[in-house]
Write a protein that binds this ligand. Structure first.
Ligand SMILES: [Mg+2]
Length: 417
């Protein structure tokens, strides 16, 4: 007893990521397609607008365009590396709540919060908090189902989209779940659905009321499993498999409220991003040996450059100064700067050996300083302390990498509910 399980599902994941990176397509019908070069690329994902025209995953681009009629369908090529990277960042947030996080595909995961919640109200508050954080820190929305078992948690995350929490309890599941079509239940595929239809089992409630002996007869052991699912008797655990997944990078990026027109402004934003990256690294005990800078100009041309550091670090001045160096070296100011990203890779967690790193005392001093600043900010708000270089730019001083209205990665465009 006392299990509290969340299932979190990123809404329209691929299309939402593309909308993050291309603000100009946000209000258009968007399809993410497999291969742009081939004329008959396949639709891998679509946003709500494309969906409203009937565009489906698996459609050819040609079919999808046909369905949209006179409305333009924007087709963007899938960038799986990017989606994986963002999926990892989102799941890192989940892992701050529980060591039991089990992925279900790139955009879904179960999170067992039984250790920190003792009522459904508490579990819902955690789910709401996760939703707000994913919007603020990543810029995407999730739908979360809260229940005492994995199957109903998953159902809950499907029931309201986007950006919602649905709680399914032992008291309300008969009302909320039993009216749903039986194929909404996890593991009820097309073949099973057909067999159910023949037995006049159309809703999850029908299934729950069917004699399990009959189900065993037509489906074998799976029939019994599904009967248990429908009656809320799923007791599978959320596995810890994801806990072993290795963190490979930390990063943050922002689309600025105004285009940046000079080195000083860029430097300010780089320092701000580096601070939030360093903070997360320290919280998790990581050091990085490689720093990369991503820059996008107001013509949406972007590039990424990286450099290796002579020593592992997790303090913001090291990360920021390396990034700023990269910027000075590679940016030619042919255009103003719209977005900047800071990322660290080549991570280590090991103890740093003093004899090898003679600057260890500097590092520790800087770590202490930055940790103090974080503590002040967590107690008094982000703006209690600002870098002098940020204060010089009034337009930029509204940037805050920790809270809404939030401009992180690259820009949070949904409002928290
Ligand atoms: Mg999804």
């Amino acid at each position: 007893m006392g299990r509290f399980i969340l299932h979190s599902d990123l809404n329209n994941f691929y299309a939402s990521v593309e909308s993050l990176y291309n603000p100009e397509i946000r209000n258009k019908a968007v399809a993410v397609v497999g291969d742009e070069e081939k004329r008959h690329g396949i639709v891998l994902a679509k946003n709500y607008i494309a969906k409203s025209f009937g565009v489906k995953t698996g459609d050819t681009v040609w079919e999808a365009r046909e369905k949209c009629g006179k409305t333009e369908l924007v087709c963007v090529k899938a960038r799986l590396d990017l989606y994986l990277q963002i999926s990892r960042m989102v799941k890192d947030i989940y892992r701050e709540y529980s060591s039991r996080v089990e992925s279900f595909g790139i955009d879904e995961a179960w999170i067992d919060v039984s250790d920190i919640a003792s009522t459904f109200a508490e579990a819902k508050a955690i789910a709401d908090n996760i939703r707000v954080r994913v919007i603020a820190e990543i810029g995407l929305t999730v739908s979360i189902g809260v229940s005492w078992n994995k199957v109903f948690a998953k159902l809950g995350s499907d029931m309201q989209k986007p950006n919602a929490t649905v709680v399914i309890t032992p008291d309300n599941f008969r009302d909320k779940v039993w009216k749903l079509p039986v194929e909404d239940l996890l593991y009820v595929g097309r073949a099973t659905k057909k067999k159910f239809e023949r037995g006049n089992i159309n809703t999850i409630g029908d299934l729950a009321h069917t004699d399990p002996k009959y189900l065993r007869l037509i489906l074998g052991k799976v029939g019994l499993d599904l009967w248990n699912f429908a009656n809320g008797k799923d007791c599978a655990e959320v596995s810890r498999s994801d806990a072993m997944e290795k963190v490979k990078s930390f990063g943050n990026s922002t689309t600025c409220p105004v285009d940046l027109v000079g080195n000083d402004q860029v430097k300010s934003v780089i320092y701000m991003l580096a601070e939030s990256v360093a903070e997360r690294m320290r919280r998790k005990g990581f050091y990085a040996l490689c720093v990369s800078l991503w820059v996008r100009d107001n013509d949406l041309y972007s590039f990424e450059r990286q450099m290796h550091l002579p020593y592992p670090t997790n303090v913001s001045i090291d990360i920021a100064s390396a990034c700023y160096k990269l910027f000075l070296e590679y940016y030619t100011w042919h255009r103003d700067v719209r977005s900047i990203g800071v990322r660290v890779t080549n991570l280590t967690t090991g103890e740093i050996q003093c004899d090898v790193f003679s600057r260890i005392s500097d590092l520790e001093r800087q770590q202490r300083l930055e940790t103090t600043i974080e503590t002040l900010r967590s107690r008094f708000g982000y703006n209690i302390i600002k870098r002098g270089n940020i204060l010089m730019h009034e337009d930029l001083s509204i940037l805050n990498p920790h809270s809404a209205p939030h401009i992180i990665h690259p820009v949070g465009f949904f409002k928290a509910k």
